[in-house]
Design a protein around this ligand. Structure first.
Ligand SMILES: [Zn+2]
Ligand SMILES: [Zn+2]
Length: 147
């Protein structure tokens, strides 16, 4: 994982996206579960959320008016929310390169056979991190590929 931390895409959306249950209106000290993956969370302060199984705290930050979760300490997230939300808009199977309009990261998309399965693989050309796209509800999500 190159020392980088992965946060399930669903958790970030569950906390930040107003179209989902709360969208940042979670009361302080409220404990809750991300519905898609079941991870337990708690709002521990204004704009601070702790993932309870790892006891990792995240601050809500903004980049170009775009909210995302940033770990309070330790490794940064391998896949930033801006890239995630823009990558899932990319037409599956199109291939080629893609620049995240929020943070400017350059992504390359390829179709590859991984562990015998045909997969769409998304690579961050700066960090070398590679992710496989998986079908999810209500949105697809990304899981890191072991190098
Ligand atoms: Zn989740
Ligand atoms: Zn980005």
């Amino acid at each position: 994982m190159n020392g980088q931390r992965m946060l399930p895409n669903c958790c970030e959306e569950w906390i930040l996206d107003p179209a989902w249950k709360w969208g940042l209106k979670i009361p302080v000290l409220e404990m809750f579960y991300c519905a898609p993956c079941g991870h337990p969370w708690q709002c521990t302060g204004d704009g601070v959320f702790m993932e309870l199984s790892t006891r990792t705290s995240y601050f809500v930050k903004e980049r170009n008016g775009f909210p995302y979760l940033s770990p309070a300490d330790g490794p940064q997230l391998a896949l930033e929310r801006c890239c995630y939300l823009n990558l899932i808009e990319v037409i599956p199977g199109r291939g080629g390169e893609f620049i995240c309009p929020i943070c400017g990261a350059l992504w390359a998309m390829n179709e590859e056979t991984v562990n015998g399965l045909f997969r769409e693989v998304y690579s961050n050309t700066k960090t070398g991190q590679r992710f496989a796209r998986k079908e999810g509800s209500p949105r697809d999500y990304f899981v890191p590929l072991n190098q």
